[in-house]
Design a protein around this ligand. Structure first.
Ligand SMILES: Cc1cc2nc3c(=O)[nH]c(=O)nc-3n(C[C@H](O)[C@H](O)[C@H](O)COP(=O)(O)O)c2cc1C
Length: 497
């Protein structure tokens, strides 16, 4: 009995002590908050005002679980993320009861079902498409759906490895992004598109100029199939790549040829490319040196600004043309970019893609210049829309991040990505198990292709590349819909109205 009383006394004392500490802490916070100059809420509502910051931070995490509806979040909603998550399992991806999508939002694409869709025996397989017929080593790309540029640096070693192995497994290409070629890109044995950013990481000489020797070295890897000159990307038009110093470790610094621990900032454009003439010259030069097809990536603001490029190709001859053009929508993602550029500069892909396709087709270059589209094309309907609009290939970065387990924590710029995808912290990278994730990457790519094929069959054609603008209607503000080809007639001879 005495023993119990002693314990109760100790507990009571501890309780009083804890209360004392709490009261003292509250008093201290009260004095600090009341007198600090920076935060008006804490100054006027000492102590309780602190919860605002805490809840705002926690809201970032909990909104997606408890409060946001299936189709509400940005940049990607739960329905889209869940679709990818299911697709990575390689199982059937059916849903029950009915669509949660609001089909009356203006601009929503609705595919036009055929009255008599093809039967199973009438399906065709999508044939590989050649890129760069005039290059010494043209590239026969097998898949319509591929991995968009994400640099080693912006994403982690295991992420690059899992993408490389997954890409090889699914027979798709992987774009290196602007951070150069690492051993991890090569580890899976997939086809690689080497991106040359404005800082020319991995292919520059001591002065930062394009080095022919380095270009030859890179193109000697049999996996490297094409070169992409990055003029701009959707998330930050007019601004070069940004890799925060926290993510520039020794290896990344070595691969890029820059100092360790310092922000890696690329120039806003290629210093030696002042106009379209220079652009075609540089493209021709890289094609000559490497033997590979060469194209460029950009985001656009109008068609008029690009018309002179096609005029110049017409003057110089089709051989001078870029082998492909990657059009990134203004809604594109990135590891790090200023918010005004991300939000406001560069037109969305829905507007940009038909403009560039029409320009190309108007100048009779449909078979010469392939168009690659990117910008939130990560579920089958959006990929199918892009093919209808005239894209030859579709790529996604964030779709493949989701396949690696991304939870949209929006921390790509901080080295604290909780899923190990965009961090170089070994503890966090431990969460990303390459053996598991590469299978998911491959399953995701295959599922997209399979379901885009399903849409193609539903609209009455034998394979995805036969889809045309007439196969899509766009919902109007008054609730009716108009065929896409009425809004934007196609120039292609094989796409009658
Ligand atoms: C983490 C991350 C890193 C990226 N790095 C690059 C890059 O190095 N070069 C580039 O051209 N685009 C880069 N991008 C942009 C993507 O390649 C792509 O153009 C854009 O995100 C649009 O595609 P998405 O909406 O499917 O992600 C990056 C995007 C992300 C999310």
């Amino acid at each position: 009995m005495e023993y119990v009383t002693q314990i109760l006394e100790v507990l009571a004392l501890a309780f009083v002590l804890v209360l004392g500490v709490v009261a003292a802490t509250v008093a201290l916070f009260y004095v600090i908050d009341r007198n600090q100059p920076g935060d008006a809420i804490r100054r006027n509502y000492p102590v309780v005002g602190r919860f605002r910051g805490l809840f705002t931070k926690m809201g970032e995490f909990f909104r997606q679980y408890f409060f946001a509806m299936d189709r509400e979040e940005m940049p990607f909603n739960r329905a889209q993320r869940d679709w990818v998550a299911h697709a990575t399992k390689g199982e059937g991806n059916t849903i029950a009861f009915g669509s949660t999508r609001n089909l009356s939002v203006p601009g929503t694409p609705i595919f036009v079902p055929a009255v008599f869709p093809p039967l199973e025996g009438q399906y065709a397989t999508t044939e590989p498409l050649e890129i760069g017929p005039t290059a010494a080593r043209p590239y026969r790309a097998t898949s319509i759906f591929n991995i968009s540029g994400m640099s080693y640096g912006a994403i982690s070693r295991p992420a690059v490895e899992a993408l490389s192995r997954g890409a090889a497994e699914a027979g798709i290409w992987m774009n290196t992004g602007e951070g150069g070629l690492s051993p991890y890109h090569l580890s899976g044995g997939c086809d690689i598109v080497y991106q040359i950013g404005t800082a020319k990481y991995g292919v520059r000489d001591a002065e930062g100029n394009l080095s022919d020797d380095k270009l030859r070295e890179v193109s000697a890897h049999p996996g490297v199939r094409m070169f992409e000159l990055k003029l701009a990307q959707g998330a930050k038009p007019g601004k070069g790549g940004i890799l925060p110093g926290a993510k520039v470790g020794a290896e990344i610094a070595r691969i890029r040829g820059i100092p360790e621990g310092q922000d890696s900032i690329s120039p806003n454009r290629h210093a030696e490319i002042d106009d379209f003439g220079d652009l075609l010259d540089v493209i021709g030069h890289i094609r000559e040196v490497t033997g590979c097809p060469v194209g460029f990536k950009t985001v656009i603001g109008s068609s008029e600004a690009w018309e002179p490029l096609f005029e110049m190709v017409a003057e110089r001859g089709a051989d001078s043309a870029p082998d492909f053009i990657t059009i990134d929508g203004g809604e594109g993602g990135t590891g790090a970019a200023p918010m005004p550029l991300m939000d406001l500069v560069g037109i969305p892909l829905r507007d940009a893609l038909p403009r560039i396709v029409d320009l190309r087709d108007r100048y009779g270059l449909k078979d010469r210049i392939r168009v690659v589209a990117s910008g939130k094309l990560m579920v089958p309907g959006d990929v199918a829309w892009a093919l209808c609009a005239g894209a030859d290939f579709v790529t996604t970065a964030r779709g493949f991040m989701f396949s690696l387990g991304c939870i949209q924590a929006l921390k790509c710029n901080r080295n604290t990505c909780p899923t190990g995808i965009t961090t170089h912290d070994p503890y966090l990278q431990r969460g990303l198990v390459v053996e598991d994730k590469y299978v998911k990457v491959a399953n995701y790519a295959r599922s997209i292709v399979r379901e885009v094929e399903t849409i193609a069959h539903s609209v009455g054609v034998a394979e995805p590349r036969l889809m045309r603008r007439r196969h899509v209607r766009l919902v109007q503000a008054n609730g009716t819909s108009i065929r896409f080809n009425e809004i934007r007639p196609s120039y292609s001879p094989d796409a009658p109205l």
